[in-house]
Design a binder for this molecule. Structure first.
Ligand code: FAD
Length: 257
């Protein structure tokens, strides 16, 4: 199947991008790794694609006073190769290796993944576990939203029409922090059946509900008891299986030194 016809614009500046995004039928195109398949399957048929890959303001990884700031256009492969991320955001460094396959990691972006908010994706759970801040702009203003408030539901975020996610800020890891990322998949590189991004007391599951599920660490038994009773089943795994697998990951993370 082929995509329905659409107009295409590749703005050279943020003001040009925001001017185009005034159109309620426009859609942002970043790495295209999720959007292009959706267009081809006609799950989405925008009038206009606004290709943001020519905007240098949205690229790059930098060390700030209290955070690592990652521009929305930074690809999974760039995150995987980044020494700053390995040193200061070890949870993300562990998680990125589970995102899809090398070819997709070369094109897909962190902004695209967070904006899409797939419940089985790795970055949204990491962003919540790390208490990260998403930086969002429209043509007039910039606002900052905690990850926990950004993810609203199934493929639903706090982004409003005309806005762009421009960056995400991950707090710097401190000495003694414990970060563990684990997931279970049918084949390496597939979306997770269920996964866990754990940072100190914050245990965040992916694939267990329509958005990341944050549990506060108590005793192992009490933490396990907080798992959702009836997580949504998928094509291959029942609700009970998913809950069981989440418990297995929780124990593994617990026992990771
Ligand atoms: C076979 C396959 C396997 C995959 N496996 C995984 C996996 O295991 N884990 C995982 O997390 N992902 C997986 N993905 C998805 C991949 O990580 C995508 O790269 C990512 O979800 C979207 O990033 P993108 O840059 O390609 O965004 P696009 O596809 O270009 O856009 C995705 C959505 O985000 C919006 N958007 C993009 N950038 C912005 C922005 N800056 N501001 C506002 N809105 C924006 C777009 O309008 C669109 O709605 C897989 C994809 C494929 C094809």
């Amino acid at each position: 199947m082929k995509a329905a016809a659409f107009a295409y614009l590749k703005p050279a500046s943020l003001p040009e991008a925001f001017a185009a995004l005034v159109n309620p039928h426009a859609k942002v195109l970043a790495g295209g790794q999720s959007l292009i398949p959706a267009l081809n399957m006609r799950l989405s048929s925008p009038e206009l694609l606004v290709d943001i890959t020519g905007l240098p303001d949205l690229a790059g990884i930098s060390l700030q006073a209290h955070s690592i700031k990652i521009g929305a256009l930074t690809t999974h492969a760039q995150i995987e190769a980044c020494e700053l991320v390995r040193k200061h955001v070890p949870l993300l460094a562990q998680a990125v290796r589970h995102v899809a396959h090398a070819a997709i990691r070369n094109r897909g972006t962190i902004g695209g993944s967070l904006a899409l908010a797939d419940p089985a994706a790795e970055y949204p759970a990491c962003a919540v576990a790390l208490d990260s801040v998403l930086v969002i702009r429209n043509k007039a203003t910039e606002r900052r939203v905690k990850a926990e408030r950004f993810f609203k539901g199934l493929f639903e975020t706090d982004l409003k029409q005309g806005e762009l996610l421009v960056a995400v800020e991950f707090p710097l890891a401190k000495a003694g922090d414990k970060s563990v990322f684990l997931e279970l998949t049918r084949r390496h590189g597939d979306y997770a059946i269920v996964g866990l991004a754990a940072h100190n007391e914050r245990m965040v599951f992916l694939g267990l509900d329509s958005k990341p599920v944050l549990l506060q660490k108590k005793t192992l038994r009490q933490t396990k008891d907080q798992l959702p009773r009836n997580p949504p089943a998928d094509l291959y795994h029942s609700s009970a299986t998913k809950r069981h697998l989440a418990g297995v990951l929780l124990e593994r993370a617990w026992n990771t030194p």
